[in-house]
Design a protein around this ligand. Structure first.
Ligand code: GDP
Length: 462
């Protein structure tokens, strides 16, 4: 029943794997769900057994169909599988961008069935709306609902339908509460088996990251949604020069500074020259090694990574190369190969310029770990009418404190820090000046803490 509307993109065109991100409130089970999906892939006996996170993990169609059993017939699909972003949360979601848009093609919004919508659930929905990313809801932790009788070998729909014979089924009530909360957010939502059009309606899939119940259903829905609505966007030039986004800049023993990258177009090869967004200027460097995690079954030595000659989109890959110290998470990576170097550098520069943070003559100093989070905080501060004098990716350095200490207005003598450390010299400066430091890894909390501080100052002034 393969769809016949193939996209015409030349001889080298192929369909890439859709990129899936996992979002939701803290402790609702994002990490567990990703682990469970990866774990199922391992159990299903594929070489997908990943111990190291390098940005994203591919789960091939054959594995999905093995996990999903009768729910997925592989001959119905021509997409190669699903690529899951390893780091969950809207922080990495906003970091991963492709030419100004969201990098993820679909998202799973994880909601704890007992807890319902929480602040970060709403934040995640705002981001998904803004980026127009299609998503489904994983109503997680169904195993903890009183009265629920797990039945891991049966699709969760069947189990639920049997149990809902008891009119007061607690899980059903909670699921309908979530559907109601989605409708308050302006979405028409329903249980996934009643949704006809996943682009217009949000499907809710009851799951347990603990027992694995509902995971086959979840993968089936994701695969179906991708095949039906995303296929046209998945066409890439497989032999073209690779294009990706840096998720993390990491030191790796034996390799120096490396980039965990999600490649979303073309191919990167071990002998390529690449251009990467840096703190000051685009970095031009030669790939030294392309690394991917070894399958669990092969890790007998300390070597967790294997070197590969080439990686094709969409995929997670760790890039080792000289001169990467100034590379930034959230920055673009582009392969030069037979293209004009200056042209590629100009593209990287233009992509960086797209990430907009407006600074003023007076305001607070903002430091964040990635370009995406910097932009997200800047956006939140702009909405709250809090001006920014300096915004940068990186740890808090003495220079930041120096800038904050020259503020004319005492409420601007502040550094707002998201997911970064304070360098030792800077700590000393903080003690010696009137600069206040606000640090948090939840954006709305960071802004709230600062707002409370401003209120206190204003009250003291009255
Ligand atoms: P995250 O902050 O969203 O990544 O949440 P975690 O995956 O770290 O999960 C938070 C806690 O909930 C952990 O203690 C998990 O073991 C637990 N948890 C996650 N999913 C489930 C589930 O489906 N059932 C049960 N019983 N516990 C879960």
């Amino acid at each position: 029943m393969s769809e016949s509307d193939t996209t015409d993109a030349g001889d080298d065109a192929e369909l890439r794997t859709p990129i899936v991100a996992v979002l939701g409130h803290v402790d609702h089970g994002k990490t567990s769900l990703l682990d469970e999906i990866r774990g199922s892939a391992v159990t299903a006996g594929e070489a997908g057994a990943i111990t190291q996170h390098i940005g994203a993990t591919a789960v091939p169609l054959s594995t999905i169909s093995e996990i999903a059993g009768s729910l997925v017939d592989p001959t119905d699909f021509d997409l190669p599988g699903l690529l899951f972003i390893d780091t969950p949360g809207h922080h990495s979601f906003s970091t991963l961008r492709s030419r100004g848009g969201a990098l993820a093609d679909i998202a799973i919004l994880v909601v704890d069935v007992n807890d319902g919508f929480q602040p970060q659930t709403h934040e995640a929905i705002d981001i998904l709306k803004r980026t127009q990313t299609p998503f489904i809801v994983a109503a997680n932790k169904i195993d903890t609902v009183p009265g629920w009788n797990p039945n891991p070998d049966t699709p969760v729909q069947e189990t639920l339908e049997k149990q809902s014979d008891r009119a007061e089924s607690r899980l059903n009530e909670q699921l309908y509460e979530i559907i109601g909360q989605l409708s308050d957010e302006g979405f028409s939502a329903d249980m996934y088996w009643r949704v006809q059009n996943f682009r217009e309606n949000i499907g809710v899939v009851p799951v347990s990251a603990e027992t694995g119940e509902g995971i086959p259903d979840l993968l089936t829905v994701l695969m179906g949604l991708s095949q039906r609505y995303l296929k046209a966007e998945m066409s890439i030039d497989v032999d073209g020069p690779g294009v990706g986004t840096v998720l993390e800049v990491k030191d790796e023993r034996g390799f120096g500074t490396t980039l965990d990258t999600v490649l979303y177009d073309g191919t990167i090869r071990a002998d390529d020259t690449i251009v990467v967004g840096g703190k000051n200027e685009p970095i031009v460097t030669d790939v030294r090694a392309l690394l991917q995690p070894r399958p669990l079954s092969e890790i007998r030595t300390e070597k967790q990574f294997e070197q590969v000659d080439a990686v094709r989109a969409a995929a997670g890959v760790k890039i080792a190369a000289p001169d990467l110290d100034d590379a930034m998470a959230g920055a673009p990576v582009r392969v030069v190969r037979d293209r004009n170097l200056e042209e590629v550098v100009a593209e990287v520069r233009a992509e960086l310029a797209d990430i907009e943070v407006v600074t003023e003559e007076q305001g607070v100093v903002v430091k964040a770990d990635t370009l995406g989070s910097l932009e997200a905080i800047a956006g939140t501060l702009e909405e709250a009418e809090i001006p920014i004098v300096r915004a940068e990716v990186g740890d808090i350095a003495p220079r930041d404190i120096a800038v904050a200490s020259t503020a004319e207005d005492p409420k601007h003598a502040a550094v707002l820090a998201f997911n970064v450390d304070v360098l030792e010299d800077a700590e000393r400066e903080i003690e010696e000046t009137d600069v206040d430091l606000f640090a948090d890894d939840v954006i709305y909390q960071l802004v709230e803490e600062y707002e409370a501080h401003v209120e206190a100052i204003e009250e003291a002034q009255q």
